[in-house]
Design a protein around this ligand. Structure first.
Ligand SMILES: [Zn+2]
Length: 251
C-alpha cells in the first residue's frame, strides 16, 4: 500500500472544491453533448417517418393511375361493342331484335359515361394526393437541412469536447488522489442526489450555495475556520467559505 499522507481539513476541503469544479466542467460537457445526439436521432426518426409517408402516397397515386388505365380500357371496349352493335342493327330482322340491340348500345354508352366519371373523380383524387406528396417532400428536405446542421454541430462539439474531456478527466483523476476515499464516497453520494451535480458549495450571502437555506453566523465562522467538514443541515451538501471556493481555479 502506498503511503497515505494525512491531509489537513483545509487541504481536504480545497481538494474537494477542485474536484467539484472539475466534475462540474465534465457535467457541462455532458449536457452539451447529451441533448444534440437525442435531437439528431429524433430528426432521423421523423425523416424516416416522412419517407414512409412519401412512399405510401406514391403507391396510392400509382394505384389510382392504374385504376384510370383500367377505366380507359373499359371505355375502349365499350366503344368497340357499341360500334359492333350499330353494325348489327343495320341487319336486324324485326323490331324486337332492333330494340334489343338498341338496349345494348345504350348500355355501352352508359358504361362509357360511368367510366368517364370514375376517371374524373380519380384525377381529382390524384391532384389531392399530389399536394400531400409535395408537402411530405418539402418537409423531408427542410428536416434534412436541420439534421445536417445539427449533425455538424454535434461533430464540432465532439471534436472540441474530446480534448477538454480528456483534459478534465486527467485533472479529476489527480484531484481524486487528494481526497480520502470515505470523503470521496460521500461526495459522490451527494452529487448523485442532485441534478446539478453539486456536492460542495460555498456559503453565499449567508446561505447555502446549493439550496439557499440560511446559515447562522456561528456556523459560518466555523466554516471559515476550516477545521471541520461542515454540511448544510437542509440539503446535506458540503459547505466551504467563499474565499476558499474562489481561490480554487480549474482550467
Ligand atoms: Zn443546502
Amino acid at each position: 500500500m502506498a503511503n497515505v499522507k494525512e491531509y489537513s481539513v483545509e487541504e481536504k476541503l480545497s481538494s474537494l472544491v477542485s474536484l467539484q469544479k472539475i466534475d462540474s466542467k465534465l457535467d457541462e460537457i455532458q449536457v452539451l453533448k447529451g441533448e444534440l445526439p437525442m435531437e439528431v436521432s429524433d430528426l432521423e426518426d421523423e425523416i424516416q417517418g416522412l419517407h414512409a409517408r412519401q412512399l405510401r402516397i406514391e403507391e396510392e397515386i400509382n394505384g389510382i393511375t392504374e385504376f384510370i388505365e383500367q377505366k380507359k380500357t373499359a371505355i375502349k371496349d365499350a366503344l368497340e361493342l357499341e360500334k359492333k352493335y350499330e353494325k348489327q342493327s343495320e341487319n336486324v330482322k324485326n323490331n324486337r331484335e332492333f330494340e334489343a340491340i338498341n338496349k345494348e348500345i345504350e348500355m355501352q354508352q352508359l358504361e362509357v359515361k360511368l367510366c368517364e366519371k370514375h376517371i374524373r373523380d380519380a384525377n381529382e383524387e390524384i391532384a389531392e394526393k399530389a399536394v400531400a406528396l409535395e408537402k411530405a417532400k418539402k418537409a423531408i428536405s427542410s428536416k434534412e437541412g436541420v439534421l445536417n446542421s445539427k449533425k455538424g454541430e454535434l461533430e464540432k462539439i465532439i471534436a472540441t469536447t474530446e480534448k477538454e474531456e480528456t483534459h478534465f478527466n486527467k485533472l479529476a483523476d489527480s484531484a481524486k488522489k487528494h481526497v480520502d476515499p470515505r470523503l470521496h464516497t460521500s461526495y459522490d453520494k451527494i452529487r448523485n442526489n442532485y441534478r446539478n451535480g453539486l456536492a460542495v458549495v460555498p456559503v453565499e450571502r449567508d446561505a447555502c450555495g446549493g439550496c439557499f437555506y440560511s446559515i447562522p453566523p456561528q456556523k459560518q465562522s466555523e466554516i471559515k475556520q476550516r477545521k471541520k467538514i461542515m454540511v448544510c443541515e437542509n440539503c446535506g451538501r458540503i459547505l466551504v467559505d467563499s474565499d476558499l471556493n474562489d481561490t480554487v481555479e480549474v482550467k
